[in-house]
Design a protein around this ligand. Sequence first.
Ligand code: KIV
Length: 271
Amino acid sequence: MSIHTNKKPITLTTLGNLKKNSEKFTCLTAYESTMASVISENGVDVILVGDSLGMVVQGHDSTLPVTMDQLIYHLECVVNGNSGSHIMADMPFMSYSTDDLGLENAKRLMQAGANSVKIEGGEWISNMAQALSDRGIPVCAHMGLTPQTINRIGGHHVQGRDPSQKEKIINEAIALEKAGASMLLLECVPGDLAQEITSTLKIPVIGIGAGIHTDGQIMVVHDLLGISCLDTPPKFVKNFMEESSSIQDAIHRYVDEVKNLKFPSEEHTFK
Ligand code: KIV
C-alpha cells in the first residue's frame, strides 16, 4: 500500500471511500503551523486540533480549561500550515452545552477553517449532531472515554467492559449515526467492542486505544514523538521516535504502520 501525499484535499467522501474499500486512514493532533505542515506533507489524512492542547501545550491536568478563543487561535495556526489534510476541530468543554451555543461556536470553528467539528458524548449530543449536520457542518461524535467528563467518570478508565455499558455504547453509536454524525471516534474501549461498532456503522470510525479494527487511528502527536505529558504513557501509545531518525520519519512510519495493519498491535489494545 502506498502513502499518498495529500495533493488532493481529504474530504468526508475520501474517508467514506477508504472505509468502503477496507483501507485504513490516519489522524494526528496538531496545534500549530509547522507541525501541521509536516503532518499533512507526510500523508496523514486528518488533523485534529484537539482540546488535548490544554494538557500538551498549556500544561493543565485536563482539557477543561481550554476556551473557544484559544481553540480558534490554534486552529488558525494549523490551517496556515496544512496542505490538504481534513481539519477537524474540537469543541471545548461546555461550548455546546445548549443548542444555540453549540451552533454559534461550531460556526466560528468552520469560519476559522475547520472541515468538521468534534463533540463528546452519547445520546445526549444527538440533537446537537443533527442540528449541526442539518446546517452543513460535519460532526464527529467522540464516545467511550470522554476527557471532558473526566470528573464524573473519576479517571482515565477503559469504557464498555461490562455488558450493559457495552450495549449502551453500541446503541448510542447507532443513534448518533442516525442523527447525522459523519464520523465517530472511540477512545479507550475494548478492541472487540470497537470492531462491532465499526462493522455496524456506515460512517468512518476512528479509534484511540480501541484496537486495530476501527477504520482510522488517531494519536496525540506528542505521544507519537515520545514526549507524552503523562508520567506513564497509556497502554495504547507508541513512541515512533524510538526507531526513527527524524520527526518526519516517525510520522511517515506511523502512517505506514497504520495503513499496513501493524499498529496498533495486541500490546496496545484493551481486552
Ligand atoms: O483532544 C484530543 O486530542 C482528542 C484525541 C485524544 C482523540 O480528543
